[in-house]
Structures are given as structure tokens and as C-alpha cells.
Design a protein around this ligand. Sequence first.
Ligand SMILES: Nc1ncnc2c1ncn2[C@@H]1O[C@H](COP(=O)(O)OP(=O)(O)OP(=O)(O)O)[C@@H](O)[C@H]1O
Ligand SMILES: [Mg+2]
Length: 338
Amino acid sequence: MTQSQTLLEVRDLTVHFTLRKAGLLGKEAKVYAVDGVSFDVKRGSAYGIVGESGCGKSTTALALANLLAPTGGKILLNGKSMTSNSRKEMKEVSKGLQMIFQDPYSSLDPRQRVEDIIAKPMRQLTRMNDKEIADRVDELIKKVGLRPEQKTLFPHQFSGGQRQRIGIARALAVHPDLVICDEPVSALDVAIQAQVINLLKQLQKEMGLTYVFISHDLAVVQRLCDALSVMYLGRVVEQGNRSEVFSRPLHPYTYALLTADPVKDPTRRGSVKRLRLEGDPPSPINPPSGCHFHTRCPYAQDICRSESPQLRDVGRGQHVACHFVKMVDGQPVSPVSI
Ligand SMILES: Nc1ncnc2c1ncn2[C@@H]1O[C@H](COP(=O)(O)OP(=O)(O)OP(=O)(O)O)[C@@H](O)[C@H]1O
Ligand SMILES: [Mg+2]
């Protein structure tokens, strides 16, 4: 049977949290953490999700990893729904999908030896015997660049980068198709970040892995990801292949993120207009009407306050949700460059 090119399909994913406001006699407030997010991830690729703190990246990751029940929408892995009720089916789905967390300090059980941490998903999700598990632990320890004798140590005996390597070995133990990485390098020093990203890239090549890679750091996403979505207050404002989004950002928010620190990107220095964002994103409890970004967008007009722009296809796989991205001679043009 030929496998479909798309490994993960996310359609209109919604996660709303209900908060009971203190002192208001039971009055409820809704947090629109993820509000209608759709994207496809190709088998063997790395897909980035970027955006400022609070835009819904981790909530999306938790819903994808089945660690949180979505309010609405569909998630299909290998064409199979991830919201099945059958335990057997869910076990199969869990095997195909593993997660690497941001904090290598809190995501590893401090009382367990590394060999047991890495063995755990194999014990829970497979029928491998002790010898097979032990052999696989040895293989994984080598694969992630740790020394075989380190397997009997506890997490506190490792550096931050090494702990993240343990987290990676644990995630890969059961041969997942999809690995969801939520800010896996944000807690690490820049030099160590580069090592871990290189390791993830190498493992992807060796094992044919597919990643959903979440980060607030565009430079990291640019190094690793083939395609990406940019999120703002629970919604996708722009998505496309890396080459398109990085070379022709269209949404003013993407543009602002990309030009936020021009010194980091010398090719852009001097030649590109900088768009500086003022303030923080508004609260997802009471998101602004229309386009969520209008309160911070220098190009906003009346329509942006009243109508929410839909994500639309502007060619070469790029999609953008902005009323003022115009087509000129068949090419999309950002309001920033008009
Ligand atoms: N369990 C919860 N109950 C209520 N609100 C929540 C819950 N989890 C997340 N939120 C809210 O949902 C919004 C999105 O949170 P999320 O953690 O997904 O953001 P994020 O993009 O991962 O941010 P960061 O970059 O800081 O990790 C935030 O406003 C957050 O406060
Ligand atoms: Mg997060």
C-alpha cells in the first residue's frame, strides 16, 4: 500500500478553556487559546509553529499529542482520527506519536535511572521483552550522543543539553512517526541549542522522522523547518513553505517578527523596512473583534476592526489572513511594502 504524503492533518482545531472568575459569583470567562487552526504536515518533514508567548502554541501541541481534549476540530494522523474512543486504537495512535518538552529538568522523573526513563514507553506501549528493551536502550543512548555507561545515572547528573538528549531518546524509543517538539531548545544556551538542533536534524534523516516543532524563535525554525504556521492569539495569520515565508513575509505580524532583530539577519540589514511591534498581545479571554492583530497593526482600517480575515491562498503554497495583502501582477504584496 502506498502511504499518503500527508502524515498529519489538522482541521479547524479549537481549544477553549472555561475560567471561573473569582469574586464574580460563578461568572465564567472563556480563553480562546486555539481558535480554528488548520495545517498539514508532510511525512518526513519538519513543520514549525511560531508566535509570541500565549498565542496557543503549547495548547496546540498538547491537543496534537492527545494530552488535552480539543473543544472542536479534527486531527488525523496517518488518516486516522486521534479522538477515537477505543483504548486499543488509542494505544496504536500513541505509539505513532511522541513529544519532547521544553524543560529537560521537569520532564524527566528525577528518581529514575536514564535506562528506565528511556525504557518506559517500550514497556507501556510494546510487547518487547527485557533483552530487546535493554538492547534498544543501548542503541538509543548511542544515537543521541551519550556514553553507554551513563545509562545508570539519574537526570540530575547531566547537563541541560544532555537531559534534552535523554528526552529525545525516550521519544524515539517506540519508533514514532511524528515527534512533537515544544520549545525543545529554549531552555538551553545558544551553543547547546545548535548541537541539539543538529542532532534532531540528523535523527530525522536517519529515521525518517516527521516533526512538529514549536518555537518563539524564528531563527531556530528557519534552521530546521520546511514549512510553518505563524500564530497570533489562537489563530494562524500566515503559513507556507520556509522559503516563501522567510523571503516574502506578507502578514504585518510575520513581517514584524522577521524584522524584530535585524542584526541577527545581516542580509536584511539596511535594505528592509523594520516594523516594530508596540506592547504585548491582547488577552485571549477577550480577543479584539475582527482581525485579532488590528490593535497593534499600523495598517489597520475599519474593515480590520469588524471583519475577521480568512486565510487565503496567494500562490506557491503560501496562505495569509490579512485584508490588505493585494495581488499585483499575479504576485502577493504585503501592506508593509506598499
Ligand atoms: N489549562 C488552561 N486553563 C486556562 N487557560 C489556559 C490553560 N492553558 C493555557 N491557557 C491559556 O491559553 C493561552 C495559550 O497558552 P499556551 O500555553 O498555548 O501559549 P504558548 O504560545 O505556548 O506560550 P509560551 O510561548 O509562553 O509557551 C494563554 O493565554 C494561556 O494563559
Ligand atoms: Mg508554550
